[in-house]
Ligand binder design. Structure first.
Ligand code: S3P
Length: 442
């Protein structure tokens, strides 16, 4: 355990560069491993989660290498081709990464090999039936713990069945697991999502040369159809900065009086920017500068200035585009005038921790009035006292959210463990301190 403490500061200034996008980084490695030939990736998030995916792909027979070049690290992946994964010789431990394990289950499900997956205490608590159910329909066989949890074994189908599947929950992980499985199924696999979720997998499929058809349905839904057994062509991928990581310096800059921070090179795919939209509705001064494209994704530099925020009702249908950002939004809401209502967040209960419960508990400990709903939070804003030590339950985003909070409360805020931050945002504490934060071991 690495307990830390964040103390109130009077200024936050400078330029920040956040690490590569986690969702895109996992996919960049996986697509590289499935292509025929060598892909290169720059800007990859070198956090624990993504490194677990790299390790797993090596166990499946892909050559994954990190090379230091004059312009920074480059990852080179020699792919084995769709259908070419070999059976891992040992159990694959995916650590804390839900995205990594669920997407890899998709790959494994349509290769005739057996994989044993496990993970850390947080990952072993998380539901897996949401992926094992559809992948079973495609012909994979799973043996899992009670409730479909890790550790589990999967034996992939020899001849996979293409399916049409309607997602019961809005989840890019489930969508992606099925599409990745569909790569090695004959004929067409269709995933119907009632609400649009991040589309990085679809973007990768197209960029690597697969045939994907996307049909817009009523009320924002989509039907995504993939033609199976393509030959994927290797690519050069540039990973943009992660908007879900940018969220922390952005909210910090909004809360610390007089702050002005430029967060460079942030991905602004509209299926990821719900937090920035919401903060602007709360009155935040956030400007997108120098909009451009990097690696097929829209990117901008975010200029953020301190200012007062007002409470809002966050539309529940926005949840998929900011699902990982509610913890830090709840922190911002604690400093706003009036109440902020967040609903439609049932999924937050099955993230790295039960984020609804953890935020409610931590905010209350810091003197904030919060109501916990089955699928949401209502936060009464003000000037929170802080002065508490908050539990994080192995959840990197809970840890970072409360360290951001402590920069603007009356008293410092402590967290029981900062170790998990490295899963998604290595260098978070050094970066925040370089802007003027005071986050230290406690
Ligand atoms: C992710 C999808 C989301 C998100 C996670 C990353 C992805 O999970 O919370 O951090 O890369 O596909 P769900 O699909 O479970 O909502």
């Amino acid at each position: 355990m690495k307990p830390h403490r964040s103390a109130p500061v009077t200024a936050l200034h400078g330029i920040a560069r956040v690490p590569g996008d986690k969702s895109i980084s996992h996919r960049a490695l996986m697509f590289g491993a499935l292509a025929v030939g060598r892909s290169t990736v720059t800007g990859l998030l070198e956090g624990e989660d993504v490194l677990r995916t790299a390790g797993a792909l090596r166990a499946y027979g892909a050559n994954v290498e990190r090379v230091e070049t004059a312009t920074g690290p480059e990852w080179r992946i020699d792919g084995v081709g769709v259908g070419g994964l070999s059976e891992p010789a040992d159990v694959i431990d995916m650590g804390n990464t839900g995205t990594g394990v669920r997407l890899l289950m998709g790959l494994a499900a349509t290769h005739p090999i057996t994989t044993f997956f496990t993970g850390d205490a947080s990952l072993r608590r998380r539901p897996m039936a949401r992926v094992t159910d559809p992948l079973s329909l495609m012909g994979a066989r799973f043996t899992a713990r009670e409730g479909g949890r890790l550790p589990l074994a999967v034996t992939g189908a020899t001849t996979a069945t293409a399916i049409e599947y309607t997602l019961p929950v809005a989840s890019a992980q489930v969508k992606s697991a099925i599409l990745l499985a569909g790569l090695n199924a004959r004929y067409d696999t269709t995933v119907i999502e009632p609400e649009p979720t991040r589309d990085h997998t679809e973007n990768f499929l197209r960029a690597y040369g697969a045939t994907v058809k996307i049909e817009n349905l009523a009320r924002g839904g989509r039907a995504i159809t993939l033609t199976g057994q393509p030959e994927l062509r290797p690519q050069t991928v540039v990973v943009p900065g992660d908007p879900s990581s940018a969220a922390f310096p952005v909210v910090a800059a909004l809360l610390v009086p007089g702050a002005e921070v430029l967060v460079e090179n942030v991905g602004i795919n509209p299926l990821r920017t719900g937090l920035f939209d919401t903060l602007r509705e709360m009155g935040a001064d956030i400007t997108y500068r120098n909009r451009r494209e990097a690696g097929g994704e829209p990117v901008a530099d975010l200029l953020v200035k301190h200012g007062s925020l007002r409470g809002v009702v966050v539309p529940p249908e926005r949840a998929p585009s900011m699902i990982d950002e509610y913890p830090v939004l709840a922190v911002a809401a604690a400093f706003a005038s009036g109440r902020t209502e967040m609903r439609g967040l049932g999924e937050l209960r099955v993230k790295e921790s039960d984020r609804i419960a953890m935020m409610a508990k931590g905010l209350k400990a810091c003197g904030v009035k919060v109501e916990e709903l089955p699928d949401g939070l209502i936060v009464e804003g003000g000037r929170p006292a802080g002065g508490a030590r908050v539990e994080t339950e192995m959840d990197h985003r809970i840890a970072m959210s409360f360290l951001v909070m402590g920069l603007a409360t009356r008293e410092p805020v402590g967290i029981d463990d900062a170790a998990m931050i490295d899963t998604s945002f290595p260098g978070f504490i050094a970066l925040m301190n370089s802007l003027g934060a005071r986050i230290d071991p406690a």
